[in-house]
Design a protein around this ligand. Structure first.
Ligand SMILES: N[C@@H](CCC(=O)N[C@@H](CS)C(=O)NCC(=O)O)C(=O)O
Length: 214
């Protein structure tokens, strides 16, 4: 298997953690994509992912799979323990519900804020990121506020249970963790009163998988 990605970026981190959790990290060849240089928007990369984002997993039969959720599902279904996307229909449903919230209430709004209300990844990528309409900064700022509300939401969740989807570490934890990393990158701080979220972040940072890929 090959993974096309850019180390240090939040979505690549999601798949790297999943690979490390599954004990697959050393079996994968990583192909570095120059994100700040807009390599992912050039025809050669668009041929493997028309949406122009990383990461992309290439299977040994040549199939390309993009989207962190799809890649993690593939790895989880194809390889052994630990299970990251749930076992029973109920567990799977809860992992997916919480994972969707991790994307929609935290990771995605941080990304919109970063790319549209800040200089983002620099001038080279601006043509792909910031349409010139007057409200874009305000819109991005509202997404930042949405992300902070998401932090409060996950703080409330983690006051009741050890992990985002319940008793077990899952794909939903990976996405919240990466979303918080992205928030830090974009200078969106976790509110100090979110003590459960902060404690969970410290706990997850200590996992061998996270330490392996950091
Ligand atoms: N929904 C995608 C998001 C991937 C994504 O946005 N990746 C970022 C890197 S963290 C990227 O490629 N950004 C470049 C861009 O959008 O121009 C996934 O789950 O893989």
């Amino acid at each position: 298997m090959k993974v096309f990605d850019t180390p240090g970026f939040p979505n690549p981190l999601r798949v790297r953690i999943a690979l490390a959790e599954k004990g697959l990290f050393e079996q994968v060849e990583f192909i570095r994509v120059d994100l700040p240089g807009a390599e992912h928007k050039q025809p050669a990369f668009l041929a493997i992912n028309p949406l122009g984002t990383v990461p992309v997993l290439q299977l040994d039969d040549g199939t390309y799979i993009s989207e962190c959720t799809a890649i993690t599902e593939y790895l989880d279904n194809q390889y052994g323990e630990p299970q990251l996307t749930g076992r029973t229909p109920k567990e799977k449903a809860i992992v997916h519900m919480m994972h969707k919230r991790a994307e929609s209430e935290l990771a995605d709004p941080v990304g919109i804020y970063f790319h549209h209300s800040t200089p983002g990844l620099g001038a080279g990528l601006q043509p792909y990121k910031s349409p010139e309409w007057a409200g874009r900064v305000e819109w991005g700022n509202r997404q930042r506020d949405k992300a902070v509300a998401g932090m409060h939401y996950f703080d409330r969740v983690l006051r009741e249970q050890p992990y985002v989807a319940g008793e077990q570490f899952s794909m939903a934890d990976i996405t919240v963790f990466a979303g918080l990393l992205f928030a830090g990158f974009a200078s969106v701080a976790i509110p100090q009163e979110c003590t459960a979220l902060l404690a969970w972040q410290t706990k997850v940072a200590q996992r061998p998988s996270v330490k392996r890929v950091s």
